[in-house]
Design a protein around this ligand. Structure first.
Ligand code: DGJ
Length: 736
């Protein structure tokens, strides 16, 4: 049993071979945190870790005991106002206006496996022996309210998941102003906080900052997890790098507003908390009403950042993603967006599809513009029926024609949005989120449907189900192209408005749930103006996500490198597009574009009918290469070796599970001249295997490649070089 309860000391120890998480019931019956980190042996008492000292000016719980102060005791789920002076995990307004609560230990249960969360995405197990869950029930007898904290530890992964659940059992109405999914008090502040930040077309850049006293936080108030900050932070020790060192990762399984915060006090205790952002959140709970927070996935690694990422990759790939495509190699697709934008007709689509089929591409995706009067981005959203002027055969006819070519067919949708110029809006203006007496701002000329209203969700479900049922659809790209503003739901009364943004997200999950259950053979790819909703919540329904609208190979090095901190390669939609690149006007070779795009769920996004015969032949070879190696790429172990944020070179590699094959992607951004010799130490190989290395056409043992390194020097180490900028290479390693 990897969760032990030591009755005498009232201590809980969650552990497996790699990690330990320890906390106890304090003498005031609240929960005190003792340790989280590398596994330590189980003992029946760790009270020395409490470190209760008497400190001047502290507020103390018991008279005659000046050492028991919640201001200094590290806690599991702190509240404000009874001694603790820091940011709490939960904040409640009582009927009398007070915010003072006191949740004390009532009971606990230890169960095999991992219960699912109602209406929310979460990691899961397939066999109850994979994990153990501890549920601790706390109770506040003044408000007669239960608070249940759940902890799951996986047997063979360095993972602990946490969530909180609250239920009002009493007569008094309470208002939850804030309820975080977790809080964790770490005993020092010697960490750098890593965050994935950015904006449209430059998502998930890696940023580090040293923890300082006070608050450091990232958040989203955009109604989606956002491209500004991803719902993930990591705390790494100063000398931790990709290869070695200690790091803790925190990832929220949620797609809406979030807060991830580290509050460092002047005794250097670092309080990490994560959950739904309290701003605009407010939840009235009457008798028998409850609330479930999303889950946080906490990962520990003492194998550097690669170790942390690999734990997230395998967990998210194997126990967060679901459905038929979870374990399947992803089809190589061609998407018409950058080829045609809105300007296409059926003939043009069929022309691209035929050529794609000739080149070995497996799936054709019809992007925006196929429905209603959608000839530009001012109209049509909400009218989910085909525009027969553009596609006379309709989606049903077109999908059949594409199937007849021997290709799968996929469709773009943006189900949460509406244009004012649409039949849906004309019929149901009340279906949008709009604040009474206030102007509504638009985003890309579109407005947000009220997905907190089940009637709206059902309406959209029926409309889109009809299209799917009448056609042969194998793939859906679910887009979402604006942030939420002036949020107000006309189907909720005034005191319910604080839950609308969360219920909107539940509505999105509900629609995903219905569609993925009804159409289990469809591969879903989530998207939000590229990667503004690249989060674990989405992965639960859609095993891949369009990583960014920026398809430039050199920009993608940073975007894909940062994304890989948490998300597996199989989840990253990555396409070869035209040059000059449509976002950044850069020219790169077709090789370089493919060499970057291979490391993800691969596809094309350009008018291949306009490519020269030579280029078309290259595409054919690229498709063959990807078919040969996609299992390795999408399901192997990924290592980042050299960061595009630090250097002119980017290097990463992926190794098959049995270590018999590996691919190394090498990219040099700018040409250099007469520079030093270069080699890079590889990772994850079998030291005793002899590998044949393509490009060098030589054999090396795994220990040579990992300890001496792979020689990557080229003619730029001489005084004459004609390779140019944006050079890339793929080394294929095969065990003899
Ligand atoms: C934004 C997406 O990221 C693009 O790939 C494309 O689907 C457009 N929306 C279509 O409007």
């Amino acid at each position: 049993m990897p969760i032990k309860y030591h009755k005498l000391s009232q201590t809980f120890h969650l552990y497996n071979n790699e990690i330990s998480y320890i906390f106890k019931i304090l003498k005031n019956n609240q929960l005190g945190h003792l340790y989280y980190g590398k596994a330590i042996r189980d003992k029946d008492n760790y009270d020395y870790l409490l470190e209760t000292y008497s400190r001047g000016m502290s507020v103390c719980t018991f008279e005659n005991d000046s050492s028991f102060s919640l201001d200094h005791i590290k806690q599991e789920y702190p509240t404000y106002g009874t001694g603790d002076m820091h940011h709490p995990a939960i904040d409640i307004t009582l009927e009398n206006g007070s915010h003072i609560v006191n949740f004390v230990y009532k009971q606990h249960e230890i169960i095999k496996g991992k219960p699912s969360l109602e209406n929310l995405p979460a990691t899961y197990v397939e066999d109850n022996n994979e994990s153990t869950t501890l549920k601790i029930t706390l109770y506040d007898d003044v408000i007669e309210t239960y608070l249940i904290l759940s902890y799951t530890i996986y047997e063979n992964r360095n993972v602990i998941t946490r969530n909180a659940y609250i239920k009002n059992n009493g007569k008094q109405k309470i208002v939850i102003n804030q309820i975080m999914s977790m809080s964790l008090d770490l005993p020092d502040k010697d960490y750098e906080m890593i965050e994935l930040t950015g904006a449209w077309a430059r998502e998930r850049y890696v940023k580090n900052r040293k923890l300082e006293h006070g608050i450091q936080s990232i958040y989203s108030l955009r109604g989606c997890s956002s491209n500004a900050f991803n719902p993930f932070i990591a705390l790494k020790r100063e000398h931790c790098d990709e290869y070695q060192g200690e790091v803790l990762g925190f990832s929220l399984v949620y797609s809406g507003n979030f807060l991830a915060q580290v509050d460092v006090d002047t005794y250097n205790v670092s309080r990490v908390s994560m959950g739904i952002h309290p701003h605009c959140f407010g939840l009235e709970l009457n008798k028998n009403e409850d609330f479930q927070t999303p889950e946080v996935v906490i990962v520990y690694s003492d194998n550097g950042l690669n170790g942390m990422s690999q734990t997230y990759h395998s967990l998210y790939q194997e126990r967060l993603c679901r459905g038929k495509y979870r374990d399947l190699e992803r089809p190589i697709l061609i998407n018409n967006w950058e080829a045609t934008y809105f300007d296409f007709d059926e003939d043009k689509i069929l022309e691209i599809a035929k050529k794609a089929k000739e080149l070995g591409i497996e799936l054709f995706v019809l992007d925006d513009g196929w429905f209603g009067k959608r000839n530009d981005d001012h109209r049509g959203l909400g009218d989910w029926y085909p525009n027969l002027n553009k596609i006379p055969s309709g989606i049903s006819g077109l999908s059949r024609k594409i199937n007849d070519l021997g290709m799968k067919f996929g469709l773009w949708v943006e189900l949460e949005m509406v244009n004012k110029d649409s039949d849906l809006y004309r019929e149901h203006p009340e279906y949008t989120l709009e604040t009474p007496q206030r102007h509504s701002s638009h985003g890309r000329n579109q407005y947000v449907l009220d997905f907190s209203n089940d009637e709206v969700v059902q309406y959209i479900y029926k409309m889109i189900s009809k299209v799917i049922e009448e056609s042969h659809i194998d793939y859906i790209k679910w887009d979402m192209n604006r942030c939420m503003s002036e949020v107000y739901s006309s189907c909720h009364n005034s005191h319910e408005q604080g839950k609308v943004m969360h219920e909107y997200i539940l509505g999105v999950y509900h629609l995903y749930d219905k569609l993925t259950k009804k159409f289990p053979n469809i591969l879903f790819e989530s998207c939000s103006s590229g990667g503004a909703r690249f989060d674990p919540g989405m992965l639960y329904y859609a095993p891949q996500c369009w990583t960014s609208d920026n398809t430039d190979a050199i920009e993608r090095l940073k975007i894909q490198y940062g994304t890989s901190f948490v998300y597996p390669l199989s989840s990253m939609g990555s396409h070869v597009s035209a040059v000059p690149n449509h976002q950044i006007c850069r020219n790169t070779t077709l090789d370089t574009r493919a060499h970057v795009a291979y490391f993800g769920s691969f596809g094309y996004e350009l008018d291949i009918t306009k490519l020269s015969i030579d280029k078309q032949n290259m595409v054919k070879q690229q498709v063959e290469f990807m078919k040969a190696y996609r299992r390795l790429i999408q399901f192997g172990t990924f290592y980042r070796l050299k960061s595009p944020f630090e250097d002119n070179e980017t290097i990463w590699m992926v190794v098959s599970k049995d270590k018999s094959q590996a691919l190394v992607g090498y990219y040099r951004t700018l040409q250099e001249i007469n520079v030093g010799y270069r080699r890079i130490k590889l990772l994850g190989l079998n030291k005793n295997y002899s590998y044949h290395v393509s490009l060098l056409d030589q054999n090396f043992y795994g220990d040579e490649l990992m300890n001496v390194g792979l020689i990557t020097s080229d003619s730029s180490s001489s005084d004459h070089n004609d390779e140019g900028d944006f050079v890339s290479r793929i080394y294929v390693l095969k065990a003899n």
